[in-house]
Design a protein around this ligand. Structure first.
Ligand code: GTP
Ligand code: MG
Length: 347
């Protein structure tokens, strides 16, 4: 992965209530880039999508911004549901550097919206709220892929006031949970106020704003946490345990620090004793456009944080989603196995 300075790619979790549009938002971010002829620029990792900085800057429509940003891109995680997310969070420590909480502007807050916000509050993770599905507001005149304000200004007064009414309900809900919030374009201090970005994941309106605000947050509040160390042994979390044709059981892992190489000895959490095994292959999924088949993976000899990667290794059948992945040497393997075991028992 390209690395600018020595900042690693921030990990951004997309959270929210069922059907409020998490996957559609990510599809839009990946999909319109493919449509723009930049397919090769985006790598879709398993359970995670890496969007390189150049793609983001192009999407924001202002290449002059390129030099302002020193993170190499953003690694989005589509959270598979509340439970999985909690266990990922507690096992991986600060796995998510940033989060997007998505809420259907027409439905307002729902139980998982509130749960998401409570988790973020507990972990003090910076986040933005995305008020999705503005295109469903009656009379909305869609402006594909436009920044929000440009699109808003093209709506008639009735539509604008309907959006404002629904928007301030979300502000009220956030206030009840202890957060001050305001529309993202009116915020100067993102530390004191949560930004709310009205978007349509369907038409792409507001998506440039989402990317810009995330980059801004990453640079302002995370810089100190994003200095990764390529020289330390890789540390990761299992996202999923999957059977793959011809490979047997594999694990999809988010590597959040250090470097992992083919041939490394790894320790992986399981329901029983932690698994000790050797990395047989590291598989990076090729760009999105490729169909689901084992050919979509590219074998690589090493990967560096933060990245999503599939690991093929013997004996992974009992691996546990959400558990740690650590690299060990003959000297450290006993201690690391114990650490992994106790991390599992803690949860
Ligand atoms: P889960 O993964 O099941 O929690 O749902 P999700 O949050 O990923 O929602 P998903 O992206 O699957 O979207 C749910 C439905 O809402 C789909 O039918 C989408 O097409 C639709 N949808 C998502 N975003 C928008 C939007 O901006 N506008 C409209 N009109 N429909 C949308
Ligand atoms: Mg989804």
């Amino acid at each position: 992965m390209a690395v600018k300075g020595n900042l690693r790619t921030p990990i951004v979790s997309v959270m929210g209530h069922v059907d409020h549009g998490k996957t559609t938002l990510l599809d839009k971010i990946r999909g319109s880039t493919v449509a723009d002829g930049e397919a090769g620029a985006i790598t879709q990792h398993i359970g995670a999508t890496e969007v390189p900085i150049d793609v983001i800057v192009n999407k924001c429509g202002n290449p002059a911004l390129r030099d302002k940003f020193i993170v190499p891109g953003l690694l989005f995680i589509d959270t598979p549901g509340h439970h999985a997310f909690t266990s990922l969070r507690s096992r991986g420590g600060a796995l998510a550097d940033l989060a997007i909480v998505i809420v259907d502007i027409n439905e307002g807050f729902k139980p998982q919206t509130i749960e998401s916000l409570q988790i973020l509050k507990r972990f003090k993770t910076p986040f933005v709220v995305v008020a999705n599905k503005i295109d469903r507001i009656h009379g909305w005149n869609p402006q594909r892929n436009m920044p929000f304000v440009a699109s808003y200004n093209k709506q008639n007064e009735r539509v604008k006031s309907e959006l404002d009414r629904k928007f301030y309900e979300i502000v009220g809900e956030l206030y009840n949970l202890g957060f001050n919030s305001e529309r993202h374009d009116r915020i100067n201090d993102f530390q004191r106020n949560v930004g709310i970005i009205p978007i349509s994941a369907m038409t792409g309106e507001g998506i440039p704003d989402v990317l810009m605000v995330l980059l801004g947050l990453a640079q302002k509040f995370l810089e100190a946490n994003l200095h990764y160390d390529a020289n330390i042994p890789g540390v990761g979390t299992v996202l999923e345990v999957k059977e793959e044709k011809g490979l047997g059981t594999t694990i999809d892992v988010i590597l959040y620090d250090g470097t992992l190489r083919k041939g490394d000895t790894i320790v992986v959490g399981s329901l029983g004793k932690p698994i000790q095994t050797k990395v047989r292959a590291l598989l990076k999924p090729r760009p999105l456009t490729e169909i689901k088949s084992e050919e979509k993976f590219e074998q690589v000899s090493s990967v560096t944080a933060a990245i999503g990667v599939k690991i093929s290794a013997p004996g992974l059948e009992s691996a546990l989603a959400g558990s740690p992945v650590r690299i060990a040497t003959p000297e450290t393997i006993d201690a690391i196995t114990q650490e992994v075991q106790s991390e599992i028992e803690d949860v």
